[in-house]
Write a new protein. Structure first.
Length: 56
């Protein structure tokens, strides 16, 4: 006796943590925002970010 095969494949929600497409996209967006803010800080203050933070 064979068992019937399911007709619908369950759609599982992607995890929000770990190496997955959602996490990589979020990390990329955060990096782009950080880089843009760094450029704005350098333009406005006429100093590098390290100088602005007092590290150089």
């Amino acid at each position: 006796m064979t068992q019937p095969q399911p007709t619908i494949t369950p759609r599982l929600e992607e995890p929000k943590f770990g190496f997955n497409e959602y996490a990589e996209r979020l990390n990329g967006r955060a990096a782009m925002i950080g880089f843009a803010l760094m450029v704005v800080i350098e333009y406005v203050t006429n100093q590098g970010v390290l100088s602005w933070l007092g590290l150089k």
